[in-house]
Design a protein around this ligand. Sequence first.
Ligand SMILES: [Fe+2]
Length: 168
Amino acid sequence: MPLQWDQEKYTTGHAHIDEQHYELFDGLNSLLIFLKDSANIESHEEQEKAVELINFLGEYAVNHFQDEEEMFAQCKHPLKAVNEEAHKRFVAKYLEYKKELTAGAITRGSLIKLHIFLQSWLVKHILQVDTSLRDYVVQEEAGQADFTKKQGVFVRFLSLFQKKKLAA
Ligand SMILES: [Fe+2]
């Protein structure tokens, strides 16, 4: 099931962090779009596209964790260490999946398995840890963001990849 952003449910009270979470939702949904659109996942092109998407998701998540950890530090959040530890465990698990996934040919089944892990971890982590940032909002940061109106980075990534493929 694709993830749908719900501002009330997922907001951390920090527009920048929310926007990154929103983009990660979009990234996971892009993985579903890729699975749906992929006619021949065994082909070289689609294998390459899957690897690029997985790498981009991982890189985006790692960059986001850095920003979020800085925010926890700035807010002197008591769950700072808990959050950092959870991020570390996630990255280790993600790398394990990635290694397993890219050791041979990427299959539909292995991508679905990765998607299930990423989605369940992200939603649980946002709800259990990240949303507790709401209690530590830096005043000038408060407010509703309208990032849901913008085109997401993962959508742009998929279309750029498409253009690259057409130009090749
Ligand atoms: Fe986090």
